[in-house]
Every structure is written in structure tokens, then in C-alpha cells.
Design a protein around this ligand. Sequence first.
Ligand SMILES: [Zn+2]
Length: 430
Amino acid sequence: MTYYNEQIECMDKEILSQVQLEGLQATLNRAYKNVRHYRKLFREIDFMPEDLTSMDMLPRLPLLTRRDLSANYPYDMFAVPLREVVRLHTASFNFEEPVVTGFTGNDMSNWAELTARNLAGIGVTRDDVVQIALTFGIMSGPFGIQLGAEKIGASVIPISAGKLREQVKIMRDFKTSVLVSTPTVALGLIRSMDELGVDPNGLTLKCGIFGAEPWGEQTRQKIESSFYITATDTYGLTEIFGPGVAWECPAKKGLHIAEDHFIAEIIDPETCEVLPHGQEGELVITTIGKEAFPLIRFRTGDLTRIDNTPCECGRTHCRISRIFKRCDDVVVVRGTSITPEQIGRILTGISGFEPRFQMVVDRQEDRDQLMVVIEAADQYFFDEMKKQRRFVENLHRQISEFVGWEVNVRLVEPGTFDPNRRVVDNRTFK
Ligand SMILES: [Zn+2]
């Protein structure tokens, strides 16, 4: 078993709890002092950071939502002046304003350590060639992997997503040994490999890290058997660094949360009550090491459960179960988070009002598809065929542009779907 930082990853549970308590106290102090939003919330409940003397008191603090983060656009949630920030990323989600996150130099080096643990944990060394087939852009994902791989001393190919045939050639010629991508891109690479007649035996791949969208055991099997590799899951959110928050060790029995940086809670998404370990609910994360953008009790929207039983890999940090569902209307398709609010805004922009619609997600031949079905109830849609066609074409173009790939759009008769169900996800993650 390989560790990047054995002392921390296999730390005694009691010492780990002490590390968490001290980290939490420091974070609360810093947040109270530097972030108006937290100061206001704490004052409302008559709480001072020094009041927190044990971890049991954490649930007394208010929860933080993406709406709060968006409302403080762009920099009001930062706990350091902008001159100390060396990196900015955004997570868009479903609000008018995106969530802007910042990193100090220390945050960057902590992030590198966290993803280095993930990579080393599945056997990546300085001898490896890591092909990062995630889109390099304003989202943080690929940058975190790059930092970690370089910290280990591996050679990085920051190829981004897309151009799959070229990627297969590079994978073969550059002797890539580690692939990092979304499962969708991995499956696309397998198809391209078939089309090009490239024999996977001729590749030097040994393992891969896949994430940014839900994927099940069937997809894992397909990726593993087609590439002859071990495929592991990783979890992270741009709001909380990105990758490196939690990841699967080779035991593949849940994703270890880096507990020296994050405190995980599970709440009932309806009542917001904290649930005992083992029960499924919404994951809430508190960061205890972040300088620029500390998050206190941040609601991730992801449904999972915490497993505190010992893992065969020897790591003591708790695990969360793989994440397939959310407790809100956000769907993650091909690595993109899409909400009905976003689609509704595009619809309103084109037609001047928001017709009834439904987002339908399906998986066809290993590929996730999104269809937007719109109820053609209004006269507007029927009086002129040409107008109707233009509307659908326009919508198709704008939504596809927005998500970055082809989305189907269909007009249907009223009553075809239940208008109260704005998202139908037909995918199964077996
Ligand atoms: Zn483990």
C-alpha cells in the first residue's frame, strides 16, 4: 500500500479529532474576523468563535448554501485581501452570479498535497505519465490533479477533454500510464480506440481516476476491462478546492475524506438535522485548512453516507459512499451541472416567458443524453410552423452552447409529462 503522507493518512483517530477541533476553532476565528457574512450569522445566534469548545457544538452553527455564496459575489466571502489570492475559479450552478473561489499560496500547496495523496494512493509515482483529459478552464478540477501529479514528480500531459482520436494517439505514443477524466470521456476514448484499431495491450496504462459526474460499477467494469486498468472514483467541488476532498483507495469501499482538512456531517435535507453515521443524507462540509475561502457547514447537495469502520488500506480517515444522487434538482451530465433554473432562463430569454418544460436524462450506448421537452400549450407555438421551428432551433443552439455539447429539444402536446417533475433522470448507476 502506498501513502503520500502516512503519518497524516493513518493518524490515530483521537489525535485526528484534536486536529479537527483546533482547525475548526482557527477557521471560525478567521471567518468571524474577516467575512461579514459569517460575522452576521454568528451574531444572530449570539455565538462567538471562542464559545466552541467541542466538536459536538458544530451543529449549532448555521448551514451555508450556494445561494449564500452567490449572493456574496464576487469576493465578499474571501477571508483574505485579494492581493494574497493567487488563483481564482468559479462554480456556476443555478444562480444569476457564479460562486467565485480564491486560493492563497498556502491553499495551492495544501491542494497539491491532497491530490498527491489521491494519486499516490492508487500507485502513481514519479515514473508515471499522467494524461489529464479534463477540460482546463474556469472550473478547478484538472488544475488540482496537475498540482498533485507534479508534486509527486510524475510527468503531466494537460491535454484537456475533446479530440479523442488525437488523445488515443498521444496515449499510445507518450506512453501514458495514468488517465484522469470524466467517465464519459473515458468511454469516448474506448470507442475511439476501437475505431482506430488500437490494441489496448499496446498501451502502457495502469490506472485511472474518474470523476466530476456520477458513474456506477458497470461503467467501472467497462473502463477497467477495455483499458486493462484499475479505475477509481474521486470527489471534490470547485467550492471546496476541487478534487482531493475524498477519493477511493484501492479497496474501492468508499471514498476517504481528507479529515485533517475537512469535517464531514450528514444532514436530513428536509429538516436539516444531523444524522448519525451510516445513514444516508446530504453531505455538509466544513473546511479547516483553507485560508482564502473558508466554508463553514456548506451544504453540498450530494447524497451519501459516512462509514467510520476501519478500511483495509490502513487509512483512518472516514469514508463516504459513492455519490449517485443529489437532494436538489441539479443533474450532472457529462461533467456539467445543469439545473432547471438555468434552462428556464434560456427559455425565457428566447420566448419572453417560461413555458412548462422537463429535463430528461438518459444513457444511450454508454453516453449520457439530455433532452429538454417543452409543452407547446400556448398559441404562440402553433400558429406558425416556421416560427415554431425557429424557436426549437434557437433553443437547441443556445442550450447546446451553454452546456458545451449537443442537447435535444422537443415540443410536445400539453399533458405529455408531469409539469411538477422538472427533472427526470433515467440513468441507473449499477
Ligand atoms: Zn481505504
